[in-house]
Design a protein around this ligand. Sequence first.
Ligand SMILES: [Zn+2]
Length: 203
Amino acid sequence: MTDNPSGLSQNPEDYPTPDDPSREAGAPTWMSSEIGGVPDEFQRLWTPYRMVYIKSGQMPDADACPFCLAPTLADEDGLIVHRGEHAYVIMNLYPYNTGHIMVNPYRHIGTYDQANADEIAEIGALTQTAMRVLGETSRCDGFNIGMNQGRIAGAGIADHLHQHIVPRWALDSNFFPIIAKTKAIPRLIEEIRAELQAAWPKD
Ligand SMILES: [Zn+2]
C-alpha cells in the first residue's frame, strides 16, 4: 500500500456523480453533497451491539459492555485482531482514521490505575506490536495513542478501559476526514482487521 491507505482513488474522475443512475446506493462519490446522509447507513451495517444480539438471539441490553462481549465472539464477529493473555486488540467501529484499533484488558475495569501489573505489561507490549503492524501494513507517518479516562474526558465506553491507537498520515487532516472517515472506513473495517490479524506476529 502507498500513502493512500483507504485504497480509494484520489482522482475525482474515477468517481460517479451523485446523480449517475449506474451508481450503487452508498457508493463513493467525489466530495459528494450527500455525504452527510451516508455514514448513518454504514453505521447500521456495522453496529457492534447488533452483531452481539444476532448471535445471542437476545434483545438489546442497555447495560451490556461491548468490550466484555466482543472477546466472547469469533474474531470476525467481535472484530478482534489479536488475543493476548490479559488483554486483546480490537478494531474501533467508529474510527477517527483508517486502522484505528484499541488495546483492552479482558477484565471490566474503568481506569488505568485499576489495571494490575500483568495487564499494564501486556497493554504496553500489545501497543508496541500494534504500532509495528500498523506501520508495516499501512505505512502511516505517525500515531495518536492514548486513553480517555472517564466520560468527562471523552471515553465513549467509560466503564471498560481501552487504549486508542490511531494511525496518522501526512494528508489525513484534509482528504481523509471527508472521504475515508465517512465512507471508506466502515466498508473496510473487516478487510483491515483481517489484514492486521494476518500481519500480527505469531506467538
Ligand atoms: Zn466490560
